[in-house]
Design a protein around this ligand. Structure first.
Ligand code: AMP
Length: 215
């Protein structure tokens, strides 16, 4: 199944994607995670991406779509994927459609998770990450031991772009450039809307129930 997760930063896309990926046994592809891995590894792409990410801006469309194109060629994507954080602009969505068409595939479901801006600011400033890809929140989803990942025991960290000023810039960009994708996919009859302000497990259940109905 080819699934896209849409929604503002902090809507819970990464958290939901991890559960859906394990349940549906398809890979979770996060362009943000791919960029962060390049930044950590000090690659040329990482140096370029960091300039945009740290200021809350989007990495240019051509760079981002190239990364997705090569990721989709990997074997584990044969039976589908969950895209988290891509596409983020209308040009990216169009390029993605073309890319999938060449592979004889198409987007099947778009899961749109909505959350109010005021809640997002609170959520992102309490967010804690692990390099294994898991995400926590100091109040809503705390790890068993403070500052340590439940699963791999590594130390949690705060993303550089989860600072309040950068969060506001990311939200501005979301409303201007990414939210038009809700209508883009609605026009294709693919968008399903979910309230991301509910507890994580409730949203997960609602998403899984809706996916079952599309089978
Ligand atoms: P995320 O982890 O999805 O919140 O992404 C973190 C940052 O990576 C974003 O704020 C952007 O700077 C960059 N990024 C991730 N995905 C994309 C994308 N599809 N297009 C452009 N920039 C992206």
């Amino acid at each position: 199944m080819q699934i896209i997760l849409l929604g503002p930063p902090g809507a819970g896309k990464g958290t939901q994607a991890a559960v859906l990926s394990a349940t549906l046994k398809i890979p979770h592809i996060s362009t943000g995670d791919i960029f962060r891995a390049h930044i950590k590894g000090g690659t040329n792409l990482g140096v370029l991406a960091k300039r945009y990410i740290d200021s809350g801006k989007l990495v240019p469309d051509d760079v981002t779509t190239d990364i997705v194109a090569s990721r989709l060629n990997e074997e584990d994507c044969a039976s589908g994927f969950i895209m988290d954080g891509f596409p983020r602009t209308i040009p990216q969505a169009r390029m993605f459609d073309e890319m999938l068409e060449r592979l004889g595939k198409k987007v099947e479901v778009v899961i749109n998770i909505t959350v109010e801006d005021s809640i997002i600011v609170k959520r992102l400033s309490g967010r804690r990450m692990c390099s294994c890809g898991r995400t926590y929140h100091i109040d809503n989803n705390p790890p068993k031991t403070e500052g340590v990942c439940d699963v791999c025991n590594r130390s949690l960290y705060i993303r550089d772009d989860d600072k309040e000023e950068t969060i506001k810039e990311r939200l501005k960009i979301y409303h201007k450039q990414t939210s038009p994708l809700v209508d883009y996919y609605q026009g294709k009859g693919l968008t399903m809307n979910f309230d991301g302000s509910k507890p994580i497990e409730v949203t997960t259940r609602e998403i899984l129930d809706s996916l079952k109905k599309t089978d």
